[in-house]
Design a protein. Structure first.
Length: 182
C-alpha cells in the first residue's frame, strides 16, 4: 500500500460548519440554523436567504476538517444535538444557546483534561462504558438540578434530558429520581 493510499489527500475545498440566527424574526427567536458549506459561510447564508431583506448574525464558523483528513457535516451536528435533547422544530433549526456551545470546549478541557476532539476519538474507539457514562451524567444532572431548584431555578423545565448517549423525557427523569433509594 502506497503512502498516498494510506493517507487520504486533503480536499482543495474548505469544509465549514456554521451557525446563524435571524435578527428580528419573531418566529425564530432562540433558534439557530446549523449548516455546512465548502465555500465562504457568509456567501452561503446570503444564498439561503435570497433577496429577502432579513438580517442575520453568523454566530459560529469553524473548519469541519478532522485530523484524519475526513470532515464532519451539518448532519453529524444535527444528529448530536437531537441525541442531546435539543429541540429541532424545523429542518436545520435548533433551539440552543451558542454561548454555551462556544464555551463548552474550554470548560470540558478544564474539567476532564481532554480536548473535545480527543474525547470524540475515544468515544469512536469504544473506550467508554455507555451504561456507566449515562449513570454518571444522570447523577451529575440530578445533583445540579436539585441545587438549582433549591435556589428557585429550574433550567430544564419541560425539556428532555440528554445523557451520554441517550435522552430521557422529563417524566422518565423525574420517575427515576423519585424511585431511587438513598
Amino acid at each position: 500500500m502506497s503512502r498516498k493510499e494510506f493517507f487520504p489527500p486533503r480536499p482543495s475545498t474548505n469544509p465549514t460548519i456554521y451557525a446563524y440566527e435571524l435578527v428580528g424574526v419573531g418566529t425564530h427567536i432562540g433558534l439557530i440554523k446549523i449548516g455546512y458549506t465548502d465555500r465562504d459561510a457568509q456567501k452561503r447564508v446570503k444564498e439561503q436567504l435570497g433577496t429577502a431583506a432579513i438580517q442575520y448574525k453568523i454566530a459560529f464558523e469553524e473548519s469541519a476538517m478532522k485530523r484524519d483528513g475526513s470532515s464532519s457535516t451539518d448532519h453529524d451536528i444535527h444528529r448530536h444535538l437531537r441525541k442531546q435533547g435539543f429541540a429541532n422544530p424545523e429542518g436545520e433549526w435548533f433551539k440552543c444557546s451558542l454561548k454555551i456551545t462556544r464555551s463548552e470546549p474550554g470548560l470540558f478541557k478544564r474539567v476532564t483534561g481532554l480536548s473535545v476532539r480527543d474525547f470524540e476519538l475515544l468515544v469512536s474507539l469504544g473506550v467508554f462504558n455507555s451504561a456507566l457514562m449515562n449513570d454518571a451524567v444522570y447523577k451529575f444532572k440530578r445533583y445540579e438540578d436539585a441545587s438549582l431548584e433549591y435556589i428557585g431555578i429550574n433550567k430544564h423545565q419541560g425539556e428532555d434530558i440528554g445523557l451520554f448517549d441517550t435522552v430521557l423525557s422529563r417524566e422518565e427523569y423525574q420517575a427515576t429520581f423519585l424511585n431511587e433509594e438513598f
